[in-house]
Design a protein around this ligand. Structure first.
Ligand SMILES: [Zn+2]
Length: 279
């Protein structure tokens, strides 16, 4: 398990901001938004003409009205140029992703020169897309109700046709999701992303909430450091660097084999217990 805060620290250290690292948490937030307001966000990946890179940070969701306007723009573009495809850089952004961008912007404006506070970007309302090949699509988007603010942010288009105002829904979804998994540490579900909500976001697992914590290859943070220390203490020496790397995984597998556990290299509740680690 890696927390949002630990992931942010790693991104700043590595000079590489990758909001796809919270894709698990993001999926849970989107599902919770659709639970709180039934069907508010609809997937548009399957619209003819959409080219999806499948990158982890991409959430191909819009509100229904915007999706229909996108469908119309795609249809008119393809009618003119049958081979034309639209490549999306960014679409729906969850409050967790926006939190990362805002935190990095606060800490290191060289890395992220500008970011809206969570709850204040129209990518969070399911009304905006960033189109990589915007020159090819601009005419068709503008003819179908999409708006464009000009050359400062040329990839950015937004559509407010028949929209619902959901500016607080993403934050409410996160707050209620947190409360469900942290019944002894609840917060007010007010849709306001204040300091208390931000601090709790920092403590969230990037892969999303679950009943059990599992630490595995690619994780980083304080618990990984403890796992490495305990492995080293019991004779499976690894570099103690807080990064669950290949060497750590190999040592975990050796430890699990010795203990008669399923040797998958993932540190779940049993492996943690036998290493003597209590979270
Ligand atoms: Zn944009």
């Amino acid at each position: 398990m890696t927390t949002v805060k630990e992931a942010i620290e790693a991104m700043i250290r590595e000079r590489n901001v990758e909001t796809g690292r919270v894709s698990g948490l993001s999926r849970q937030i989107i599902a919770q938004m659709n639970t709180l307001q039934t069907g508010i966000l609809v997937n548009f990946e399957s619209l003819p003409g959409i080219n999806s890179s499948g990158e982890a940070h991409l959430n191909l969701y819009l509100q229904a009205g915007a999706r229909e306007a996108l469908r119309a723009a795609l249809r008119s573009g393809i009618a003119q140029q049958p081979s034309l495809r639209m490549t999306i850089n960014s679409a729906f952004r969850t409050v967790a992703q926006q939190h990362i961008l805002y935190r990095v912007y606060q800490r290191d404006p060289k890395l992220i020169p500008l970011a809206a506070k969570p709850g204040n970007s129209n990518h969070e309302d399911g009304l905006a897309i960033d189109v990589n090949n915007y020159n090819a699509w601009k005419t068709y988007l503008l003819a179908n109700g999409w708006q464009w603010l000009g050359g400062n942010d040329p990839v950015h288009f937004f559509n407010t046709n028949g929209r619902d105002d959901i500016s607080t829904l993403g934050v409410k979804a996160f707050q209620s999701l947190w409360n469900r998994y942290n019944p002894t540490d609840r917060m007010t579900v007010d849709g306001n992303f204040g300091d208390q909500t931000a601090a709790k976001m920092d403590r969230c697992p990037i892969r999303g909430f679950s009943v059990v914590s599992v630490f595995r290859l690619g994780d980083n943070g304080a618990v990984v450091t403890r796992i490495q220390q305990h492995l080293t203490n019991v004779g499976f020496s690894v570099p103690i660097n807080g990064v669950f790397d290949d060497k750590t995984k190999a040592a975990v597998i050796k430890f699990q084999l010795k203990q008669g556990l399923a040797a998958d290299g993932d540190v779940g509740p049993m492996t943690l217990k036998l290493l003597g680690i209590r979270l």
